[in-house]
Design a protein around this ligand. Structure first.
Ligand code: SAH
Length: 343
């Protein structure tokens, strides 16, 4: 049997071509896309403005991926962590974080992760498989159905997995999410975070630089970064910064560098000085994230005083540093705590 076409993974133009291949008029594509993206309908038989024979034809040749909510945990800070089950039984997590003037959805791009960063729980379980474009996009569509008021104003690609290690599906998901005809999300409302996959950064700079880019730096020298993030041995800091300089930043904008502060590893006064020196000629701001611990973890969170001192030293030397409070710590939904298993 031929593989069915997943409508949720298609751009507007691709949907039109597909519909034409079934000998139907192009405007039918728009009707289908409204059902799928605006109304969250996945069953062709419910698309009542299409003829019965066309609906049957669609059911034979196409499908619409739908993630199943397997579990949810609600944090005392209002965040919700969803566990979604995929068609093959594997599970991923997405986290919804409401604030006063926005509500951000953190989406996953892989089941597991290949990068094995020592401080991140997603990496601990290894890699299982890539998410399809539709599985990435549907995290938003399902979240809109499940959260109060359907309120999601921003998306961050910061959940399970390394987005640039699933380049084709992630790029296609960015295109689908930002298609004007279904209006799911504006490109400037999307941030993609990478651990530093240099070839992916260079490709994305050419293919889709309308989104915001964030990079998990986490150390200001190669020796420390090698220990924390094995990918640094392949793409060391100098190469990473060379690639970042090629990112076409709009005027007045800054790239975000995430820096997870880990007690005794990368949080000394000297580390703060090294970080500001390293970034002195870069258009960046630093998101400082105190390490979130997990049971059995080998690392420790820094004290509040250490975080403050680190910030003072780095910002005293001209760096823009923003402390970032991790949301959903009580439900294991904070940065680095996602693993896609029921816990
Ligand atoms: N692979 C991508 C996307 C995941 S983003 C990337 O690395 O950018 C996940 C973010 O959480 C990264 O910035 C990472 O540095 C951070 N993180 C991972 N483990 C953490 C932990 N235990 N405590 C705090 N932040 C953590």
């Amino acid at each position: 049997m031929n593989k069915k076409t997943d409508i949720k993974g298609l751009t507007s133009a691709e949907t039109i071509s597909f519909i034409q291949s079934l000998n139907e008029k192009p405007f039918r594509a728009k009707q289908i896309r409204q059902w799928v993206f605006d109304r969250g309908i996945s069953d062709f038989s419910e698309m009542t403005n299409l003829s019965k024979t066309f609906r049957e034809r669609l059911a034979d040749t196409a499908n619409v991926t739908e993630l199943e909510e397997a579990d949810r945990k609600v944090s005392s800070d209002g965040s919700i962590k969803f566990l979604f089950r995929l068609h093959d039984g594997k599970t991923i997590e997405s986290v919804w974080m409401p604030e006063e003037n926005r509500a951000t959805l953190c989406v996953s791009t892989q089941v597991g992760c290949k990068l094995a960063c020592g401080f991140c729980m997603t990496g601990e379980g290894g890699f299982e498989r890539q998410l399809s474009t539709a599985e990435i996009v549907d995290q938003l569509i399902q979240a809109r159905k499940l959260v109060p008021g359907g309120r999601v104003t921003n998306i961050v690609f910061m959940g399970m997995g390394e987005p640039l290690d699933n380049y084709d599906n992630v790029l296609q998901a960015l295109k689908v999410l930002t298609e004007p005809d279904c209006g799911l999300m504006g490109a400037r409302k999307i941030t993609l975070s990478t651990a530093g996959v240099v070839p992916g950064i260079l490709l994305l700079a050419k293919d889709f630089s309308k989104i915001k880019l964030a990079v998990s730096l986490n150390a200001a020298d190669d020796a420390t970064r090698n220990k924390l993030m094995p990918i640094n041995k392949k793409h060391p800091i100098a190469e990473l910064f060379w690639a970042l300089k090629k990112w076409p930043l709009p005027k007045g904008r800054l790239l975000t560098l995430e820096y997870v502060l880990i007690a005794g590893i990368n949080d000394s006064d000297d580390d703060a000085k090294k970080l500001s020196k390293l970034c002195s000629d870069m258009p960046v701001k630093i998101n400082l994230i105190p390490y979130n611990s997990a049971s059995g973890a080998q690392y420790k969170s820094p004290s509040k005083k250490r975080v403050d001192t680190f910030m003072k030293i780095a910002s005293g030397r001209g760096l823009i540093v923003l402390p970032r409070a991790s949301r959903g710590q009580d439900i294991m939904a904070a940065c680095g705590q996602l693993r896609g298993k029921r816990s």
